[in-house]
Write a protein that binds this ligand. Structure first.
Ligand SMILES: [Zn+2]
Ligand SMILES: [Zn+2]
Length: 341
């Protein structure tokens, strides 16, 4: 049976959309969701290797005149996506257990903005260390939790963030390199299809579709090349944007989880309900009935009276320091080598 790349591409797009919707649905049982969560990494590997096989057997061998050593180099690269996925899939994101809990509590100070001390995880029944978050899929609190990655069905946290960046970069490398390897041998066919489409169709979207239709009728290598080109052109910018986002988070010294928390803080500032004793970092939240969300601790009261602190409304997030940002180099060093606190 001959596999049509166009159908493979369509099945891949539909399966990805279906998996994302399925995993996000509230109406799916926990067991079904956990089975589906493990199917996604397997599906990613199957799809990736199927596209690599298509590229190798239907495009690289019959259509290109790349040298033997270049083809050998490419084939040595083929296992990289699988290796990076396996490393991330099997890695420990920094799960907090009873044995490492006290050390993890010492790792980061509580900033009393995003994280307050003495908050207990209702599932693990342990005090939450600053920057940690409980993941219901992994069923554990994770140190410096960033997010739960559905592509590898594992949390991304303090101890495996470096492998996550590696995984993103290898995927980005695969899509950009794949794009370059396909576009050059296909350039004369692309020009031919585009000139024919330009004379027959109006409007850029119609021309693109007409050119694609002409291209896939030229022959099997052109058909495979066109489908793989669509895949690389769509996925490379998405992965690039995601990688840049994460590098910006490392630069800013925040996690994805903290970025969400800062958005909530900005909304409170916008509503003029966040108050702060200055000088200090003691924050209080004003309820709709005019009362504050909590009582001051004796330590806080003595600090306020000794420093003559005044309660003022917070007007900008710049008044709230991010104590976890120690500069890009230090932030990156922490993720590369978390060590023991
Ligand atoms: Zn927990
Ligand atoms: Zn998780």
């Amino acid at each position: 049976m001959r596999v049509e790349p166009v159908y493979v591409l369509a099945v891949f797009i539909i399966a990805t959309a279906f998996s994302l919707l399925f995993l996000r649905s509230k109406y799916i049982s926990k067991l079904a969701r956990s089975v589906a969560a493990n199917v996604v990494p397997v599906g990613y590997c199957v799809a990736m290797y199927f596209f690599l096989w298509l590229f190798d057997q239907r495009f690289l061998v019959p259509f290109t005149n790349y040298s033997y050593s270049h083809k050998l180099f490419l084939r040595v690269n083929y296992p990289l996506p699988l290796v990076s996925l396996a490393i991330l899939f099997l890695s420990n994101p920094g799960k907090i257990t009873r044995s490492n809990h006290s050390a993890e509590v010492r790792r980061f100070e509580y900033d009393r903005i995003l994280y307050t001390p003495f908050t207990e995880c209702r599932t693990c029944l342990l005090t939450k260390p600053a920057r940690s978050k409980h993941c219901s899929v992994c069923n554990a609190c994770v140190a410096m939790q960033d997010h739960h990655c559905i592509w590898v069905n594992n949390c991304i946290g303090l101890r495996n963030y470096k492998y996550f960046i590696l995984f993103l970069m290898i995927n980005l490398y695969a899509f950009i390199y794949g794009f370059i390897l396909i576009i050059f041998p296909l350039s004369s066919s692309l020009k031919l299809a585009w000139s024919q489409a330009s004379s027959n169709a109006n409007g850029n979207a119609t021309k693109l579709w007409a050119a694609f239709s002409i291209l896939i009728r030229l022959g099997n290598p052109e058909k495979t090349g066109a489908c793989l080109l669509i895949l690389c052109t769509t996925l490379a910018p998405l992965v690039a944007a995601f990688t840049i986002f994460h590098l910006m988070y490392v630069y800013a010294g925040i996690t994805t989880n903290e970025a969400d928390k800062w958005e909530d803080i900005k909304a409170l500032i916008h509503e003029n309900v966040l108050f702060m004793y200055k000088p200090s970092s003691i924050l209080l939240l004003k309820r709709p009935d005019g009362t504050f969300n909590r009582k001051l601790t004796p330590d806080e009261e003595s600090f306020i009276s000794s420093h003559n602190s005044k309660l003022t409304v917070v007007t900008t997030e710049k008044e709230l320091p991010n104590i976890y940002d120690n500069g890009f180099a230090s932030n990156a060093r922490l993720l590369l080598s978390p060590g023991e606190p």
